[in-house]
Design a binder for this molecule. Structure first.
Ligand code: ADP
Ligand code: MG
Length: 236
């Protein structure tokens, strides 16, 4: 079998009675950049969380790097930025540098485990994200765009093969959006990183991805019922 970065095979998922996703088939190849689009509430964030093992599918199979999800342990190969990662307020008690460093050990506060070369890596990624001057600022004092770049840097600090971003342009100023996409293009060119990007802003994202897939209902149902029908992936 050729390597796939992420493979979803006929996956169904419900929240209680509400069937959110049905018959999801998805293949992300090494080095491929995919944008996932679909209306609000269509299950995009849920699909990402399923792919990352936060929820268990009701049916179907999921593989990360050709390993069944439940046996997958190599989480350093994946960087993830959740939706609204860039909404910390002033009270959040960590510097940008600490937030980025937390990407190496999974959480804040484990800095005693950090070696000098870990801090070098942290600072290099901060530099790459164009945030060097802000490294010692409290994360909550930064703009939405700066926070977003900080969380992308956090996701990149472990040098992942796959970067998963959920709505990375929401609440982000135009120069930061620009910077983010140029950073993604660099990472793809230099390291062949794969990208799974959920976005509303398909016009901005399109030049930077290889493929756009859409969450769509299998059949169009009339009226309000439509909201409740599960979603499927449609190519193109
Ligand atoms: P999207 O990211 O495409 O906007 P979501 O994946 O967040 O959509 O949500 C898909 C559907 O699942 C929505 O109807 C939402 O209300 C519901 N949902 C999302 N998260 C939960 C949850 N933790 N518990 C129950 N329902 C949820
Ligand atoms: Mg979402």
């Amino acid at each position: 079998m050729n390597e796939t970065v992420l493979k979803m095979d006929d996956v169904d998922f419900s929240f209680g009675e509400q069937k959110v996703l049905e018959g999801i088939d998805l293949n992300l190849l090494p080095g491929e950049r995919m944008a996932l689009v679909g209306p609000n509430g269509s299950g995009k964030s849920t699909l990402l969380k399923l792919a990352l093992g936060a929820y268990r599918p009701d049916r179907g199979r999921i593989f990360l790097f050709n390993t069944p999800l439940r046996q997958f342990r190599d989480w350093s190969r994946i960087g993830y930025v959740s939706q609204k990662a860039n909404s910390f307020n002033q009270a959040f008690p960590a510097t940008l540098r600490e937030v980025v460093a937390s990407g190496l050990y999974g959480k804040l506060g484990l800095f005693r485990w950090m070696k000098e070369r870990d801090w070098h890596r942290v600072d290099a990624v901060i530099e790459q994200a164009g945030l060097a001057e802000l490294a010692h600022r409290n994360i909550g004092e930064l703009s939405g765009g700066q926070q977003q770049r900080a969380f992308v840097a956090r996701a990149l600090v472990g040098d992942p093969d796959l970067l998963v971003l959920d709505e990375p342009t929401v609440g982000v100023d135009a120069p930061s959006v620009d910077h983010l996409f140029r950073l993604l293009a660099d990472l793809h060119r230099e390291k062949g990183i794969s990208l799974l990007l959920v976005t509303h802003d398909i016009e901005t994202a399109k030049p930077y991805v290889d493929r756009v897939v859409r969450l769509n209902r299998r059949i169009a149902f009339p009226g309000n019922d439509e909201k409740r029908k599960p979603m499927q992936v449609v190519e193109g």
